[in-house]
Design a protein around this ligand. Structure first.
Ligand SMILES: *Cc1c(COP(=O)(O)O)cnc(C)c1O
Length: 337
């Protein structure tokens, strides 16, 4: 079935299609699978990243409903918040970011550089909270203040993951499928956080009846939790579309690359980051794409990913986050050649 999203409110924010790059030196270094990298890290606005696809639909709906103030949530180094801040700047909307210190990282780089520095640069109002309870209280105050000012708010969930935001990745499947122009692909690998990206891909693949495995790699939750999130969001987007989405049997979820937890670097992640950088000049991020790449490296080594496969690796962005981890990056390279 063709994917028709023309009835959904949408505001153009990014450059589409994003590039799809063959990576022969990476493929050679891995000793096998052909790797194509889908560069959603270079889609333009606000340093780029996967949240821009969701933002086109989330902000399209918010504008259609007359909102002038956007409120959203995340960790201190949220890429989603940074991209929403940039999009709000572009659209002339007020942006309120309610952030929670949820990652066991501290220091000047983590707390002041990277995404949070850009949030302020794009003019967002940033509220940093210590606990989820405090974030809830701050949210209530921000909503009350907007109401007192006569402003109309739109609230987006963590990661922009709801039935509307997920449409961005349903659309992305159509874009990728067209771009591949008949090239056979065995698997699409993507990092899974709030799961909206994977859910959109899963639904888009189902709608196209595309025989490809969606290989989701968890960066925060267990595989079971993430699969449940993907199913819930697939249900939400199918309600928005008014189309059933089937059983999602083509979705696999792994949690072997998470390590000690969300936002906590692992040696395998740094190794994968270096591999992509040194073979292809591609910069991954330490929280999401780096761990998904570590899972690819592990999969090739274990044989779970066959040497004859063609793999699309979705680069979801996150570059500013790398600078938040600059001291750890330097430390991780001290014993490297
Ligand atoms: C948010 C994010 C992801 C995960 O996307 P979800 O839709 O939240 O699962 C992956 N990579 C980067 C760089 C992100 O910022």
């Amino acid at each position: 079935m063709p994917i028709d999203l023309s009835g959904q409110p949408r505001v153009g924010l990014g450059h589409w299609p994003t590039p799809l790059e063959d990576c022969p030196r990476l493929t050679e270094a891995l000793g096998g699978p052909r790797i194509l990298v889908k560069r959603d890290d270079v889609n333009g606005l606000g340093v780029g990243g996967n949240k821009l696809r969701k933002a086109e639909f989330l902000l399209g709906k918010a504008l259609a409903e007359g909102a002038d103030t956007v409120i959203t949530f995340g960790a201190v180094q949220t890429n989603h918040g940074r991209q929403i801040a940039a999009a709000c700047a572009r659209l002339g909307l007020r942006c309120e970011l309610v952030l929670t210190r949820s990652v066991p990282m501290s220091g000047e780089a983590y707390e002041r550089s990277g995404n949070i520095a850009l949030d302020g640069l794009y003019g967002a109002h940033v509220h940093v909270c210590d606990t989820p309870e405090q974030a809830g209280e701050v949210y209530d105050k921000v909503v009350a203040a907007a109401r007192a000012d006569g402003r109309k708010t739109a609230t987006f969930p963590v990661g922009g993951s709801n039935g509307v935001g997920v449409l961005g990745y349903v659309a992305a499947v159509d874009e990728l499928h067209t771009q591949l122009d008949g090239t056979k692909v065995n698997r699409i690998v993507v990092a899974v956080g709030s799961a909206g990206t994977a859910a959109g891909l899963a639904v888009g693949i189902a709608l196209l009846d595309w025989p490809v495995v969606l290989d989701g790699q968890c960066i925060s939750h267990t595989a079971g939790e993430s699969l449940a999130d993907i199913r819930r969001l697939a249900g939400e987007v199918s309600d928005v579309l008014g189309t059933p989405v089937g059983d999602l049997a083509h979705v696999q979820v792994g949690d072997g690359a998470v390590g000690p937890g969300y936002g906590v670097p692992t040696a395998e992640m740094w190794e994968a980051l270096r591999l992509f950088a040194r073979t292809e000049g591609i910069t991954l991020d330490p929280v999401y794409s780096g761990k998904a790449a570590a899972a690819v490296v592990a999969g090739v080594r274990s044989g779970a990913i066959g040497a004859d496969e063609t793999v699309v690796f979705l680069h979801t962005g996150g570059l500013p986050g790398l600078f938040a981890y600059a001291p750890e990056l330097v430390r991780s390279s001290e014993n490297q050649p």
